[in-house]
Design a protein around this ligand. Structure first.
Ligand SMILES: Nc1ncnc2c1ncn2[C@@H]1O[C@H](COP(=O)(O)OP(=O)(O)OP(=O)(O)O)[C@@H](O)[C@H]1O
Ligand SMILES: [Ca+2]
Ligand SMILES: [Ca+2]
Length: 608
């Protein structure tokens, strides 16, 4: 990110788009870029942020003749220009033609500057000069990737099957070897568009990630990468069934619940896999899921790792990438991790179920504002006819607090998807939670144990699955179980994402073993539980258990120390302790469980 798209958006986009749209791509991308130049970037990205709120439409009719606001209620209702029927032909850049029209003005700047103002301190970043974007040094850029050069000898190129910002994808056929006469897809990325060292590194990473993750049934299979003087060629499995977006559109904008479940299960299965490997996709949207064949029940595959990155379990990323409709609030706040993908899946699921976007506005800044502040509508048709499980599912993905969102593995265990019989994969978040549990104080652990005893069957199902995946010996887990489970699931990607480093942090486990009861206490997230409708009930029965076993006389000083807060907060902790017996009160118990990351809001509330 941070590049000015006006210079880097492929000419092809300008060619296929109407001038209004092409312009909006460059203008809003530049505003974003202007904003991000003021920031210290962990790493600068290629112009991956799909700046128009959807994929820029290739629909030449889309600008003035079809005002965007006509889609305000449901942008899906009338996605086609008058008289045009959806065509599933993948030979003609599937999807592009029928994307709903959307000509936004140049809206990114206001929201970006507002965001920066709000972030105050982070706006006053070290004065790192912008990395030269163009021209300078380009002659000295090393554009060799070390890939083989004999693409033409091995594959015969055919017609174009798709096109994006960064390249176009063609049908091809193997000339020799295993793929002889087999159809494949080749994403061709032009070297002329790689104008910075970062953009070169981005292509390298895309190939590395695709290669490292290849093997999951819902992920496009990587075959080969080549280069020549002009292009990089990424050879992969050909998906002939078109984009998910087109299927949604051809069904009139939405799916039945049963069909949506199958789609969402496939998405979650591959995303859980990516997250476990330490890869965040960052561009999940219906355009980036392809069906392997035209068949109604064809397997769906995620493509386009162009914005993906490796991420360590405790790492936060800060570059704003993605597509406006699907971008998570914390991405706009520039501090995010894999939960951002889960948000995007929430948006996709919402669309599948009702045919409208949950966060919609006519401008990009409007979309951002909506993402940050608006609650999605679950009242209008067809929501009253949608099952309560489905609604609960979507709500738990679209929680604005990323800590409260379900993980991909949890989502697969959610009641809405339980009849899909999809094996729930190992959840990397368990490692993080267990890590903090074994480092927690005895009082905190007692409180968590009390909560784990109050869990409902729904939560236990997921925990039992995870416990089983760790393959306990005689009902007990040791450090070895955590190590083995990770190794068993590791792909090449894990080496780079350094996910296994988290095992070092589990070291204290080498001195003890965990039974299922303790595992439950260790693997629950209070933030997530707080988001449940029945949290109050869980909390009050948990407090009963805590009273029976864990509650003990304590002092304000001790609690302050436990919570890692200074003496200034002592007066605020007063109500946490019962005057009658000097033990934690119910209020104290719930606050103590929550922790003090939200010190001011907690205490203010408590003061009133
Ligand atoms: N394996 C494949 N089989 C068939 N078609 C494909 C395949 N990979 C990509 N395509 C088509 O090419 C299009 C562009 O591919 P991709 O999304 O990877 O490119 P991009 O330049 O990174 O796009 P974006 O602008 O979305 O970032 C896809 O939307 C799809 O229609
Ligand atoms: Ca794409
Ligand atoms: Ca891409």
């Amino acid at each position: 990110m941070g590049h000015c798209c006006s210079k880097t958006v492929p000419d092809s986009v300008h060619k296929v788009d109407n001038p209004v749209e092409a312009n909006s791509v460059s203008v809003s991308a530049c505003s974003e870029s202007a904003a991000s130049n003021n920031h210290h970037h962990q790493r600068r990205r290629k112009p991956g942020y799909s700046v128009s709120p959807g994929t820029p439409s290739a629909n030449g009719n889309s600008n003035k003749s079809t005002p965007a606001h006509s889609f305000a209620a449901s942008p899906w209702q009338s996605p086609y220009p008058a008289g045009v029927a959806p065509s599933p032909s993948p030979a003609r850049t599937p999807g592009r033609k029928f994307k709903w029209p959307f000509p936004p003005p140049s809206p990114a700047k206001p929201i970006m500057s507002a965001l920066m103002k709000r972030q105050g301190a982070s706006a006053a970043k070290p004065k790192e000069g912008p990395i030269p974007e163009h021209g300078e040094g380009e002659r000295t850029l090393d554009k060799s990737f070390g890939y083989p050069k004999n693409f033409a000898a091995k594959y015969e190129l055919g017609k174009e099957v798709g096109r994006g910002h960064f390249g176009h994808t063609c049908w091809a056929k193997g000339k020799k070897g295993e793929l002889k006469n087999q159809p494949v897809a080749v994403k061709i990325v032009s070297k002329a568009k790689m104008t910075t060292a970062i953009s070169i590194e981005d292509v390298r990473r895309e190939v590395r990630i695709l290669k490292a993750l290849s093997g999951h049934r819902n992920l496009v299979k990587f075959h080969d990468a080549f280069e020549d003087a002009h292009n990089v060629y990424i050879v992969m499995e050909l998906c002939e069934g078109g984009e998910l977006l087109d299927r949604i559109l051809s069904r009139g904008g939405r799916y039945t619940e049963t069909d949506a479940k199958s789609i969402v299960t496939q998405i979650l299965s591959v995303v859980a896999f990516c997250h476990l490997q330490g890869v965040v996709h960052r561009d999940l949207k219906p355009e980036n899921f392809l069906f392997s064949t035209r068949d109604e029940n064809a397997t769906m595959k995620v493509i386009d790792f162009g914005l993906s990155d490796f991420i360590k379990p405790d790492q936060r990323l800060n570059d704003i990438v993605g597509s406006a409709y699907y971008v998570a609030p914390e991405v706009l706040h520039r501090s995010y991790s894999v939960e951002a993908d889960i948000w995007s899946i929430g948006v996709i699921t919402y669309i599948l179920l009702c045919g409208s976007r949950p966060f919609w506005a006519r401008t990009e800044s409007g979309i951002f504002r909506s993402v940050l502040r608006a609650d999605p509508n679950f009242d209008d048709s067809p929501w009253p006819t949608v099952s309560p499980e489905a609604k609960d599912f979507v709500r738990r993905l679209l929680n604005k607090d990323h800590r409260k969102r379900m993980t991909a593995a949890q989502a697969l265990a959610h009641p809405w998807l339980r009849d899909q019989n999809c094996a729930v994969p190992l959840d990397i978040s368990i490692y993080r939670l267990v890590k903090s549990y074994i480092r927690a104080t005895p009082l905190k652990r007692a409180a968590l144990k009390a909560v784990s005893k109050a869990l409902t069957e729904d939560e236990l199902i997921y925990l039992r699955d995870q416990f089983k995946l760790l393959e306990p010996k005689d009902g007990l887990l040791s450090l070895d179980n955590f190590r083995m489970a990770l190794m068993k699931n590791a792909s090449e990607a894990m080496r780079e994402s350094r996910v296994p480093e988290i095992l070092n942090l589990l070291e204290p486990l080498s001195y003890k073993k965990m039974d299922f009861e303790e595992f439950c206490a260790a693997a629950i997230s209070i933030y997530q539980l707080e988001a449940l409708e029945n949290w109050e009930h869980i909390a009050s029965s948990a407090f009963e258990y805590f009273e029976q076993e864990g509650n003990r006389v304590t002092s304000i000083e001790e609690i302050a120390k436990e919570m890692n807060v200074g003496p200034t907060t002592h007066s605020l902790l007063k109500d946490w302790i019962r005057p009658s017996d000097g033990k934690l009160s119910f209020l104290g118990f719930t606050k103590f469980l929550h922790g003090v990351t939200l010190r001011s809001s907690n205490t203010r509330h408590h003061h009133q």
